[in-house]
Design a protein around this ligand. Structure first.
Ligand SMILES: Cc1cc2nc3c(=O)[nH]c(=O)nc-3n(C[C@H](O)[C@H](O)[C@H](O)COP(=O)(O)OP(=O)(O)OC[C@H]3O[C@@H](n4cnc5c(N)ncnc54)[C@H](O)[C@@H]3O)c2cc1C
Length: 231
């Protein structure tokens, strides 16, 4: 990008005003304001974590938020998936291709996932579904994650210990779009929408574009984000 003349600044954008032309981006510190006739937003999305005790110690060393990315690392191992939506069930089915066993941990009895997806999960012999369970704390040793103590969501004295070496959290993502709240059209979870007919990148304000995870609740992959940016 620099070879083509891009001015790259590693700064936090603290505020954006899309109500004036040119648009104004307030940078943190002493950096001041950048004015632009057009903006491409590529601020991404962050996965939600449980923040259960010991989670910090095994983030990236047994606990992942991306089954498609890290699933193959757990060939013939026991893994768990936490969540109850379509993503969690899709992850469980995907992981069943590699893992020896998959335990799906969900805190309620009902699943938000589609009935068809649930049926496929129930038919997969490698998957065990545990409802009314949530992670009380993670367990680990020098090699990484070794399992978790699960508890009943409304009776913390009802516990069970489960052994596994990989855990995948599928409890949602937050689009990093707070800067643009009340300025751009978004869905209920803050993913920036492309509302212009015929455009896959233009937002509700002409001249403001978005690409990658901040606008893509479905794929959230580096390859799709880069491809989206090219559009
Ligand atoms: C554990 C893990 C493993 C993964 N592995 C793979 C994989 O193997 N293959 C694959 O295809 N995908 C993988 N992914 C997904 C991939 O990382 C994302 O889909 C991709 O990075 C999205 O690109 P993006 O440019 O939209 O957002 P991001 O890469 O998240 O970039 C957003 C950028 O915006 C910056 N930003 C946000 N707000 C501000 C602000 N206010 N001011 C300044 N800067 C800001 C952030 O600092 C960040 O640098 C993985 C994800 C995770 C979590």
């Amino acid at each position: 990008a620099e070879r083509f003349g891009a001015d790259i600044r590693e700064k936090l954008v603290e505020n954006v005003d899309l109500s004036t032309r040119p648009f104004r981006c307030q940078l943190g510190g002493e950096e001041g304001v950048i004015e632009a006739d057009s903006i491409i937003i590529a601020t991404g999305a962050t996965a939600r974590w449980l923040n259960a005790p010991e989670e910090q110690a095994v983030k990236g060393n047994g606990i992942s938020t991306c089954a498609v990315c890290d699933g193959a690392l757990y060939m013939d191992e026991d893994v768990a998936v936490v969540g109850g939506g379509d993503t969690a069930l899709e992850d469980a089915l995907f992981l069943a291709r590699f893992a020896r066993s998959v335990t799906l941990v969900h805190r309620r009895e009902d699943f938000r996932a589609s009935a068809l997806m649930l049926e496929r999960v129930e038919q997969e012999p490698k998957i065990t579904v545990k409802t009314f369970r949530q992670v009380q704390r993670w367990m680990h040793d020098a090699s990484g994650l070794t399992g978790a103590v699960l508890e009943h969501p409304s009776d913390h004295t009802v516990t069970e210990t489960l052994s596994f070496t990989g855990a995948f959290l599928a409890i949602g993502h937050d689009a990093q779009s707070t800067l643009f709240k009340d300025q751009l059209a978004m869905d209920e979870d803050g993913y920036i929408l492309h509302t212009r007919p015929g455009s896959s990148t233009m937002t509700s304000i002409p001249g403001v574009f978005s690409c990658g995870d901040v606008s893509d609740r479905r794929y959230r992959q580096a390859v799709t984000a880069a491809g989206h940016g090219c559009q």
